[in-house]
Design a protein around this ligand. Structure first.
Ligand SMILES: Nc1ncnc2c1ncn2[C@@H]1O[C@H](COP(=O)(O)OP(=O)(O)OP(=O)(O)O)[C@@H](O)[C@H]1O
Ligand SMILES: [Mg+2]
Length: 393
């Protein structure tokens, strides 16, 4: 196998496993399970990984969810074929330490974002411009909202923003108490909450004046200064390339996962590998590969591979992430983008269907919404009760 075709990463070690588990967040304590002492021993035997998960209580209602999260993160690593979990219960001492860590983290300097820890965060990225990141972001967001979900859309393409036009929203962002309110858009039973530099500046020319502003700083502000409120999903339209923004994102939102977009062209795929590489370096899980501008389907059913073929499959093979959608090249997609009506809403045709299928796959299988029921709150209650008892005694 020539080097350029071989998987980018092939071996797995316990450190890599631990690092990717830093993306599993305890929703109540708002911290990665690795920081909370919930990840015990990690054993790697060839492609089989065994992880010890230390729970506050074995009867934790979150257990099934934690299992799913841990398995899906670890299984996403190249070179991993099987994942098993050994459950262990924390000792009283460990529990105390976990709570202490959580408390200290809450007081630390790391900027606390306004993104709820239960929100699923998907960054839509590619190594190359013009492959359809923004189109996919808005169509997927609209299709998810149309299923009754609350979906944040963060246009992180600070000076190349196109989300406002694609969603037909232009209202300037308002704010109260020093926080920015996102633009809200009702979609079916669901809701979109949209933030873009396009809502803060007059035009793209003015946006250029902000070039001095660090991209990562702008992303941080959008995550910390916007009153996002409840979110089931946050979709982030990433600027092309730029590793800094990805690194910043991984630091601010360790739960972020990446959807990598490529066209069927081999060249686009090769560029996208670099983004996937960067994701791995920042321990971000690649949730899937999306091939956009796949075949053009003519009225008579004839298919034309305008931009070649095989890019999606090649990228999936190289990153060992699943190919989760192939969006056809269709004028309805660009027309929908131009008039602010995502084709994934009421559109008919193979592209609209592909977006809706992708939303269904994400919700039902790939990255389902998180459940709030927790178990650590019980420790807090127990700790408070014990404290009160002691004070009474
Ligand atoms: N599946 C598709 N069928 C037809 N046109 C498409 C499709 N996907 C995207 N387009 C069109 O291609 C152009 C580029 O798409 P888009 O702006 O979404 O890409 P991008 O990756 O966000 O680009 P940039 O890097 O400039 O931000 C747009 O005009 C869009 O309408
Ligand atoms: Mg774009």
């Amino acid at each position: 196998m020539p080097d350029s075709e071989s998987p980018v990463f092939s071996r797995v070690d316990p450190e890599t496993v631990r690092a990717i588990l830093g993306g599993v967040i305890d929703p109540e304590l708002r911290a990665p399970i690795t920081d909370l002492g919930m990840v015990g021993e990690i054993k790697v035997d060839g492609s089989a990984v065994a992880v010890q998960i230390v729970l506050t209580t074995l009867g934790c209602p979150l257990r099934a969810q934690i299992k799913k999260e841990v398995v899906s993160k670890v299984a996403s690593l190249p070179g991993v074929d099987g994942v098993t979990i050994d459950w262990i219960e924390m000792t009283a001492e460990q529990k105390a330490k976990t709570m202490d860590t959580a408390r200290k983290r809450a007081q630390s300097d790391a900027p606390e974002t306004e993104i709820p820890p239960t929100a699923r965060v998907l960054a839509i990225a590619s190594g190359k411009g013009g492959v359809g990141k923004s189109s996919i972001t808005v169509n997927l967001a609209a299709a998810l909202a149309n299923r009754g979900l609350t979906v944040g859309v963060l246009d992180a393409d600070i000076w190349g923003f196109s989300v406002p036009r694609m969603l037909g929203v232009s209202k300037r962002l308002g704010g109260t108490d020093g926080k920015i309110e996102p633009n809200e858009l009702k979609v079916g039973d669901g809701l979109l909450k949209v933030v873009s530099m396009g809502f803060l500046v007059e035009d793209e020319g003015t946006a250029l004046m902000w070039r001095g502003l660090l991209l990562t700083k702008a992303l941080e502000q959008f995550l910390t200064d916007v009153r996002w409120g409840h979110l089931d999903y946050l979709l982030i339209d990433m600027p092309p390339g730029t590793g800094d923004v990805q690194m910043g994102l991984a630091r601010l939102l360790p739960q972020a996962e990446m959807l990598v977009v490529t066209t069927p062209a081999r060249a686009a795929q090769q560029v996208a590998v670099r983004v996937a590489d960067m994701a791995r370096r920042s321990n971000m899980k690649i949730a899937g590969v999306i091939e956009n501008m796949s075949e053009l389907v003519l009225a008579d059913g004839q298919r034309i591979a305008v931009f070649g073929s095989g890019g999606g499959e090649a990228l999936a093979a190289r990153t060992e992430a699943p190919l989760i959608a192939r969006i056809p090249l269709e004028p309805s997609v660009s027309a929908g983008g131009d008039n602010g009506k995502p084709v994934s809403l009421d559109g008919v045709g193979p592209a609209a269907d592909a977006f809706r299928d992708l939303a269904a796959l994400i919700v039902n299988e790939l990255v389902p919404p998180l459940d709030m029921a927790g178990c650590t709150a019980r420790i807090l209650e127990a700790a408070a009760a014990a404290f009160n008892d002691r004070n009474r005694a």
